[in-house]
Design a binder for this molecule. Sequence first.
Ligand code: PLP
Length: 402
Amino acid sequence: MIKRNSNFAKLSSRYLFREIENRRREFARNHPEAQLISLGIGDTTEPLPHSVTEALKAAAHRLGTREGYLGYSQEQGFQSLRKKISDIVYQTKIQPEEIFISDGAKCDIGRLQLLFGEGLSIAVQDPSYPVYIDGSILQGVKEIIPLPCTPENGFFPSLNSLPRVDLIYFCSPNNPTGAVATHAQLEELVHYAKKNQVLIIFDAAYASFIREAHLPRSIYEIKGAEEVAIETNSFSKWVGFTGVRLGWTVVPERLKYSDGTSIRSDWERLTTTLFNGASNIAQYGGLATLEIEGLQEADKILSFYLENAAILKESLLSQGCKVYGGDNAPYLWVSCEGTNSWELFQSWLENLHLVVTPGSGFGTYGEGFFRLSAFNSRENILIAKERLRVNLKMNSIQNYGY
Ligand code: PLP
């Protein structure tokens, strides 16, 4: 029989969210009376904006008519959508031809890794979204250098001591820490990449949560980034398309391999070879999102999640917890105050009936922290707040670790 790709054996045994789900299910089976609230997985909860669902409905309806039927379309996405993203997200700084529409950022991160083959040295923020590392392992990465991101360094890694790498993954606003890199920090990153000829894959999947105008929403706000960075983004968290599936990746014209050939051309080739384009219905939804009404409706939902984050943050801070993020991101990063993060997970599950995400699942430097997600109904957030108020008052956060 065919041999297994030996890289599968190098993956850590269980995908983080599957392990959380297994533990949650087991607890729920043994305690059917418990009203569990998940503050764990970062999936959106609020219904889609009205103008977007109308566009999705109309698109589906058109497909049922002879005149409106569409089969395959451009693998790179509707020209109209590429143009709208260029205009609205990048204020025309990025050209439509540099924007490739996809079925989501995660899928693109996986495909992007094919551009560079095996044997790469990569650097990854630690903690980070697990897909960068797991996807790289499957592609036969040679070396993975963690870039510690901690409260002590303001969640921005020190680049001075970094050995030579081919590629840096960087995510801002960050999952899981909720930290947003400042303009000066991204300038430092771009400067480092230029000086050392390193490619950056910049994950901006949470950019729409940035409320403070001085914080960069795209790596291309930094001068010269088009020569060193690919950016991936998504409609998932912006407008609730986690199930609808729509995203995009920017591969600038000026970005070249070490031999001077165009990375954009290879990406175009790759998308035509391995990808047949995003769903046309989803793309009509994307177009509607970028209309004034869609943008306003999406913004209301984003503000709602940010209010959830603020409620949880205030509640934890008032109990004396150390909490980071949540101001321009849907995630709070909470210190376990010396407790192991899976123990804290288990204890909050059993005692508070709250499901959190253990920080250690995001990397070595995530140990000692846990992530809370603001993707939830207001009702659940207020119940969670009340449980925290009653229980943390009587017990310190550490006591919930044992
Ligand atoms: N990037 C980050 C940092 C994420 O947290 C997620 C999803 O949680 C994604 C990408 C995936 O986005 P998409 O739904 O577009 O695949």
